[in-house]
Design a protein around this ligand. Structure first.
Ligand SMILES: Cc1cc2nc3c(=O)[nH]c(=O)nc-3n(C[C@H](O)[C@H](O)[C@H](O)COP(=O)(O)OP(=O)(O)OC[C@H]3O[C@@H](n4cnc5c(N)ncnc54)[C@H](O)[C@@H]3O)c2cc1C
Length: 538
């Protein structure tokens, strides 16, 4: 039976209850569209969840720091009233050093400069100058986060309007800033740091705040862009470069989003995997669940990544061959893992005084220098698990007593640079080896940790795929490289959330502006849907 719009049960179906799917659903529900969210797992949240990893002990199993959640989304959906509470990381970042001591990145630039001055007075001065410059450049990019990227190839009046939209954003930019912006978009982090700083410690501090989740060592072209992305505004106070702990873990964000969506009438069904997107007469008109249930809607939004959506849920004959070909070519495969632990003792990290604040004792990054990171990527690139790893740790229970009973500690460890495709063996065989290497790395700086591990959960890239639905374990639904960003995300020509199938939209991290817990793709996709529905009605 062909479903006419009038016969549709819902106005909109959102496939996937990740934070972007929930954001999109909440915006659609807010204007009165009957909206259904279908999530394959038994909880909503996607990669923004808090889960039990041992009896009574909960962790942010995947994403762990809220840095770019858009203030506008927090405000529009009134997430505070739905229980969202964040506390700024203080410091943002802490780098224990191999020769003792530690270097910290504080929210206040002058305080960070004072730390850097211990290694180089010149670097400290440059830091203040560069920090101000980066913040100014990041402001030019900020507005693009909340709107579709410019439509390349639009002609006539539409083309002119697109040009004007972009020009308006850059009207006050100077010639020097244009070259600097291009250099950041195309350049490498390593070269930028070598050009500007002399002390290895200063460079490593920047490194420890960058390239997470990306392919490529720090000397690969396109890695400098992270310097700007990290300075986009986030948090409920709209602070540039905000890094926050979420009380109750990252799942508190998606619980708040789900609650806001439900308040606006959105229906959420978990344990409801979608098998196919139904297309009739060339238009998406609903979904078919794994159990065969058919549900119709005027529009369908997919929060799943582009490969999962277009190669897994849409019949191949409904998509142009070249589009499918481009989707097949999206770079995903890894390159990260996560190890979550319950500890019987708080880690005693060399270089971090035992009497420092709980917030200061709550995060530390182990990465030696730029060359180490570059080598680590090379090893992972050829399908091997580096012996010596780059590990970013957060002891969330230090700032959030809701996560574990008194006396127990929750530590989450993000591992940068492991392969999805192993040269030898399988991830099921090597899972615990990865966990052991992470513990070994931490033990170099915190010798009490190996003896304090009570429970350990290792999430390899394969686990990220199997459990969280991330194709090839890619945490951003597609690498954040220049050729996969802006008007080229997810693929050139389709960056405005619409797809070659009318009525089908992409609303997850695979769409502009990309991964991270931002809410931006969900917000923008919902607005595009509303625009199209209004146009259709007119
Ligand atoms: C280990 C790890 C650490 C990270 N650390 C951070 C961090 O600290 N800070 C940060 O900002 N970002 C971090 N990220 C990235 C960030 O979490 C993601 O980019 C972001 O959450 C993606 O959100 P999303 O809503 O677009 O997609 P997802 O969260 O992937 O949600 C997609 C949803 O769709 C569902 N789904 C897929 N297919 C179907 C189907 N057929 N039927 C029904 N449902 C389906 C999935 O189950 C999932 O719930 C991290 C990610 C990972 C994995």
């Amino acid at each position: 039976m062909s479903l006419t719009p009038a016969a549709c049960k819902y106005d909109a179906i959102v496939i996937g209850g990740g934070h972007n799917g929930l954001t999109a659903a909440a915006y659609l529900g807010r204007v009165g569209l009957s909206t259904l969210v279908l999530e394959r797992r038994d909880i909503v949240g996607g990669c923004c969840v808090t889960e039990e990893i041992a009896p009574g002990c909960r962790a942010s199993t995947t994403s762990y720091i809220a840095s770019m959640l858009l203030p506008q989304v927090i405000r529009d959906l009134d997430l505070g009233s739905h229980g969202l509470r964040m506390v700024p990381c203080d410091p943002f970042l802490q780098l224990p050093l191999q020769n003792g001591g530690a270097l910290r990145w504080w929210p206040e630039p002058e305080r960070t400069a004072a730390e850097i001055r211990k290694f180089s007075a010149r670097d400290a001065k440059t830091f203040l100058f560069v920090d101000a410059k980066l913040k100014k450049l990041a402001q030019y990019l900020q507005p693009f986060f909340l709107e579709p990227p410019p439509k390349i190839g639009a002609d006539g009046l539409n083309g002119l309007l697109e040009l004007l939209r972009v020009a308006k954003r850059f009207r006050s930019i100077t010639n020097d800033e244009i070259s600097e912006l291009v250099a950041f978009l195309a350049g490498s982090l390593g070269e930028f740091l070598d050009r500007n700083y002399e002390a290895s410690e200063t460079k490593t501090l920047f490194l420890a705040n960058n390239v997470y989740g990306k392919h490529g060592g720090p000397y690969q072209k396109g890695t400098a862009i992270g310097l700007l992305f990290h300075l986009l505004s986030g948090g409920d106070h709209n602070i540039q470069g905000f890094n926050g702990h979420v009380i109750g873990g990252m799942g508190a964000i998606t619980r708040a989003l789900a609650s806001a969506a439900q308040k606006h009438g959105v229906e959420i069904r978990t344990s409801s995997p979608v098998a196919r997107i139904s297309v009739k007469n060339g238009r998406a008109n609903g979904v078919i669940l794994d159990d065969g249930t058919e549900i119709s809607a005027k529009v369908v939004l997919s929060n799943a990544d582009p490969k999962r959506t277009f190669l897994g849920m849409v019949e191949s004959n409904e998509l142009p061959e070249d589009f499918r070909h481009q989707v097949c070519g999206i770079k995903m495969d890894g390159p990260c893992a996560k190890v979550n632990m319950v500890l019987g003792e708080e880690p005693c990290v060399k270089g971090i005084p035992a009497d420092s604040s709980a917030a200061q004792r709550s995060l530390f990054t182990f990465v030696s220098n730029l060359e180490f990171a570059e080598r680590c990527y090379d090893i992972a690139k050829y399908g091997e698990i580096p012996e010596d790893l780059w590990v970013d740790c957060v002891v969330a229970s230090n700032v959030d007593e809701t996560l574990a009973p008194k006396g127990l500690h929750i530590m989450t460890c993000f591992v940068q640079y492991v392969p999805y495709y192993l040269r030898q063996g399988t991830w099921d065989e090597h899972r615990e080896l990865l966990g052991d290497r992470v513990v070994k790395k931490i033990a170099e700086y915190a010798p009490n940790v190996p003896g304090a591990v009570i429970a350990r959960q290792v999430l390899t890239p394969l686990d990220l795929e199997r459990t969280y639905g991330l194709t090839e374990g890619n945490i951003f639904h597609g690498d954040l490289t220049l050729e996969q960003l802006f008007f080229m995300r997810p693929v050139p020509g389709w960056s405005q959330y619409r797809t070659p199938v009318p009525g089908l939209y992409l609303c997850g991290a695979g769409a502009h502006p990309g991964g991270g817990v931002t809410g931006a793709p969900g917000h923008n996709a919902a607005h595009q849907v509303l625009l199209d529905l209004r146009k259709n009605r007119a």
